[in-house]
Design a protein around this ligand. Structure first.
Ligand SMILES: [Fe+2]
Length: 676
């Protein structure tokens, strides 16, 4: 029997799970929970996906005794907390004693507990501190201790769910770093991690060599570049997870806000980031707690006025562009700082900010790094993989690693090879297309601007559709972008579409010097070819390219046939979903979505399906309702919302919320009162 380890991301959002082979370190199964819940950037504990991992392990003879979880509750009480407490107590011994005492406590946090707890500790341990200082510590606890307790509780829940499996907690930024480094194939590399926040970390820089990591710089909350992008996203009336839309908007704007914002951040000599005092971007302190976060001041927000219902004016596009430029410049400065500290030719970039393909390309073009690797799931979903691979890597420093450039690792309906099975699942108005060579047929129809959905094999890990759950269309048509956005994806008209292009040809059309399989580098387009592929050239003449080799079988065959007809092996590839919905997952879901959407054909495995007649479509809200019902029916697991567990950060107002939360959880997990 083989040995496997489960990886779990259950931090804030984009929860996920994976199964890693302990002997090779390879990921054999991985998925984001959203693929099974239809909640984009899902913020629930990923029970369904963990269960899928266990099922996969059983079927494929893996013995699983360990699970790596991509956060470390005790890290909340780490170096930073020590420094802060010690600055109040001014006594190393007392500080250590106090922190050790905190670590032992597992009671759920509330005001009374906290208050009594602190008083008792200081009285019984004969440590004399002033009332004022006690108050300071009490406030600090509301954030640090509370965070630790929250994640200990999640561990407790996971323990109950995984009897006999030992949980190993891995610091969130280490999990991010390893997900990139382990799969890059680089023997040595610098690693730049940037996200909203993981425990206390917001930006970390590591150097890695022969499977060992050394941290060389760290920035902690509230100085977060990921959160900076997030508050800009909120200012544009988008929600968490919509940051990529802001990146798309930036192409339409000018850097008009740089004069206000470009001096806000300061990169220190030790590689950490802080704020310069300025009137536009500050730190908001919460009442009665040490919790703090970045925020734009009213002076800045008044300049842009929040858009309503995506009614964007030029000022919003200018704002998006300015934010984008700042993030690109900070990313580049950090990468250069790391290079000066450790002159490696390789760089791995990870964390949610690494999904910013414009920033990645800017670093590649303007730094001394020869190679840059970004893992397909560089957001939080990928930390399940990083956590599991970290545990494997630590046990075996000599484990050989290879560059990973395909991530078809998720759900698969094996029966799609069986024509009779598909036939049984077809809606009444759907039928197979009879054709000799399906790929030739697809290529020919694409030139007539027909649109195809593809449902095949295992789903992709990471937020991009890379060929298993895709919609493809003719990139050479000048109206296709508008049509796809409005009719098929039902989303804002400014949103760009990404190209797929054959490995042999991409240099001719795109300013890219290496294979880029995960759409994580947004590069320039070659001027003389722009007019031939209007569907994939964004307003600023860039494109988020996915290069395709023979190992991506379906895309490779379609592009090759398309090239024979048009001489240009470039097509549009976008995710198979309606705007705002998670990508399709099961065959049933694919058939329902195809039926609903204005797509001409659906390729299921090797079988092509068409609509016999135009059917009366369901209202979009009804369709989404039905889709949710289908997902819920298949999901028997409790739904524990991690975000709701955050609610007790605020001391004075928290009590009511805590009580509500307890009831909620009690109702949802019958018979299991894990809240004391
Ligand atoms: Fe993260």
């Amino acid at each position: 029997m083989k040995k496997g380890i489960i990886g779990i991301c259950s931090l804030v959002h984009d929860t996920s799970a994976c199964l890693v082979d302990c002997a090779t370190g390879k990921v054999v199964y991985a998925s984001a929970e959203e693929r099974f819940s239809n909640i984009k950037s899902d913020h629930h504990i990923p029970f369904y996906t963990i269960n899928e991992c266990l099922k996969y392990a059983k079927k494929n003879n893996y013995n699983v005794k360990e699970a790596a979880v991509a956060y470390d509750p005790e890290y909340f009480l780490g170096d930073n907390f020590y420094i802060i407490i010690n600055s109040i107590l001014k006594n190393k011994k007392s500080t250590s004693k106090f922190i050790d005492f905190l670590k032992e406590k597992n009671s759920f946090f509330n005001i009374e507990f906290n208050f009594n707890f602190i008083n008792n500790f200081f009285t019984s341990n004969m440590i004399n501190i002033k009332k004022k200082d006690k108050r300071k510590i009490y406030e600090l606890l509301t954030y640090h201790f509370n965070s630790m307790i929250k994640y200990k509780k999640i561990n407790q829940i996971l323990n109950d769910f995984l009897p006999g499996i030992k949980l190993i907690n891995v610091r969130h930024h280490i999990a991010h770093a390893v997900s990139a480094y382990y799969n890059s194939g680089f023997e040595e590399s610098n690693i730049l991690v940037m996200d909203g926040q993981g425990e206390e970390d917001t930006i970390t820089i590591f150097k890695a060599k022969k499977n060992t990591l050394k941290e060389i710089s760290k920035t902690t909350w509230p100085y977060s570049i990921g959160y900076f992008y997030q508050i800009a996203t909120f200012a544009l009336n988008y929600k968490i997870g919509d940051e990529y839309k802001v990146m798309g908007m930036s192409a339409y704007g000018k850097n008009k806000f740089l004069k206000y914002l470009n001096k806000c951040f300061r990169l220190n000599n030790d590689g950490s980031l802080t704020l310069n005092k300025n009137p536009y971007l500050g730190i908001k302190f919460f009442r009665d707690t040490k919790y703090q976060q970045l925020n734009f001041t009213n002076k800045l927000l008044n300049l842009i006025e929040k858009p309503i219902n995506n009614n964007f004016k030029q000022v919003h596009f200018d704002f998006a562009k300015s934010i984008q430029t700042i993030v690109e410049e900070i990313g580049l400065s950090l990468a250069k700082w790391a290079y000066n500290k450790n002159r490696s030719k390789n760089l791995c970039i990870s964390g949610g900010v690494a999904l910013n393909g414009l920033m990645n390309n800017n670093i590649l073009n303007k730094s001394n790094y020869k190679n840059i690797y970004v893992y397909a799931a560089s957001g939080d979903d990928g930390t399940s993989v990083g956590a599991a691979q970290y545990v494997v890597m630590k046990k075996n420093n000599f484990l050989k690693r290879k560059k990973v450039n395909q991530v078809f690792l998720g759900y698969e309906d094996n029966k799609i090879k069986n024509k009779n099975y598909i036939k049984k699942k077809l809606h009444i108005n759907l039928d197979f297309v009879k054709c000799k060579n399906v790929f030739k047929f697809i290529a020919r129809e694409l030139t007539k601007n027909k649109v195809f959905a593809i449902y095949s094999g295992k789903s992709e890990f990471g937020p991009r559709a890379l060929g298993s759950r895709s919609i493809i269309a003719n990139a050479l048509d000048k109206n296709i972008k508008k049509e796809l956005n409005l009719k098929i994806k039902i989303r804002e008209p400014f949103r760009p579409f990404a190209p797929i292009v054959l490995n042999d040809d991409y240099k001719k059309y795109f300013k890219l010097n290496f294979n880029s399989e995960f759409m994580l580098f947004i590069c320039g387009t070659v001027e003389k070819f722009r007019k031939f592929m209007p569907g994939v050239v964004h307003r600023d003449n860039t494109a988020r390219v996915q290069t395709v080799g023979r190992d991506n079988k379906i895309f490779y065959k379609i592009l090759s046939e398309f090239k024979k007809i048009t001489k240009i092996p470039v097509l549009i590839n976008t995710s198979f979903n309606i705007g705002g919905e998670a990508m399709v997952n099961s065959l049933e879901d694919a058939l329902n979505s195809f039926n609903q959407m204005d797509i001409d054909y659906l390729l299921v495995g090797e079988y092509l399906i068409q609509k016999k007649k135009r059917i009366e479509k369901k209202k979009i809200d009804d369709f989404i309702d039905n889709r949710n019902k289908l997902f819920n029916k298949k999901n028997p697991f409790p739904r524990i919302d991690i975000l709701r567990l955050n609610a007790n950060f605020y001391t004075k107002t928290s009590r009511v919320i805590i009580e509500k939360m307890k009831d909620n959880l009690r109702n949802k997990i019958k018979g299991k009162l894990f809240i004391k």
